[in-house]
Design a protein around this ligand. Structure first.
Ligand code: ATP
Length: 237
């Protein structure tokens, strides 16, 4: 069994089917991307994995533990952290206060302080302005803060929803370089992106989600070379 296994997930919003059969696997230490058009079901999938939505059917297993019936706080305790679409920071709170929210379940203050330092090493701009209000930062810096907050729970699986949204190409590259660094440190990353080109270039493996279903999968390089992916998601063909 893979580190993360998602099997035939279906999720509904009342009568609307958000996800209709999503199946994928993530090996430990890999970056795996879910790509697909607007409304394909990527965000719904991540929200279900973190327990914010309940699946109608299907299973989610992390390292041999079933997560699909657990509430969100228990899923977090099992090591799944989620940096949500749109970042969802607290604009009037400082950088450090936002980061500490990511560690709210932890009681090891020395470990929390060590992890704050680690985030400030990873993103020096946050360290230099740790007492500034989050709302004063640029979009890219806020994305760093959202990723930093998710890392504060010391996740085994880090899920990032559209980290490149609204960012310049240079800032997008910087965020993706950081995701690569996190993999080098052993963090497993599940990435949702509309920027398919950048996501596939970074990914060990990727899955295409179309109309709520996983339709294609392969290594990042295989999907980059796939004419169907080029035509539908890379603006070529
Ligand atoms: P995006 O990148 O735009 O977020 P996505 O691939 O993440 O796209 P989802 O947001 O998961 O797609 O949406 C999947 C489907 O579920 C879409 O048909 C969408 O309209 C529907 N949906 C999403 N959120 C809700 C909601 N709160 N209520 C009703 N339907 C929803």
């Amino acid at each position: 069994m893979a580190f993360l296994e998602v099997r035939d997930l279906t999720v509904a919003y009342g009568a609307i089917q958000g996800v209709r059969g999503v199946t994928f696997a993530v090996e430990q230490g890999q970056i795996v991307s879910l790509i697909g058009s607007n409304g394909a079901g990527k965000t719904t999938t991540l929200r279900t994995l973190s327990g914010l939505l309940r699946p109608v059917s299907g299973e989610v297993w992390l390292d041999g533990t079933p997560l699909h019936r657990l509430p969100a706080h228990e899923i977090l305790a099992h090591g799944v952290a989620h940096s949500p679409e749109g970042r969802r920071l607290f604009a009037r709170m400082t950088v450090e206060e936002n980061l500490r929210l990511g560690a709210y379940t932890r009681r090891d203050e020395a470990g929390v302080v060590a992890d704050l330092d680690r985030i400030y090493d990873l993103f020096p701009v946050l360290g230099q302005r740790r007492r500034a209000k989050a709302g004063l930062f640029s979009g890219g810096e806020q994305q760093m803060l959202a990723i930093g907050r998710a890392l504060m729970s010391r996740p085994r699986l880090l899920m990032l929803d559209e980290p490149s949204m609204g960012l310049s190409p240079i800032m997008t590259q910087k965020i993706f370089d950081t995701v690569r660094d996190l993999r080098a440190e052993g963090t497993t990353v599940l990435l949702v992106e509309q920027n398919a080109l950048a996501a596939l270039a970074l990914s060990d493996r990727a899955y295409v989600i179309d109309l709520g279903r996983t339709t294609l999968s392969g290594t990042g390089a295989e999907l980059l070379a796939d004419p169907r992916v080029q035509a539908a998601y890379l603006g070529e063909g």
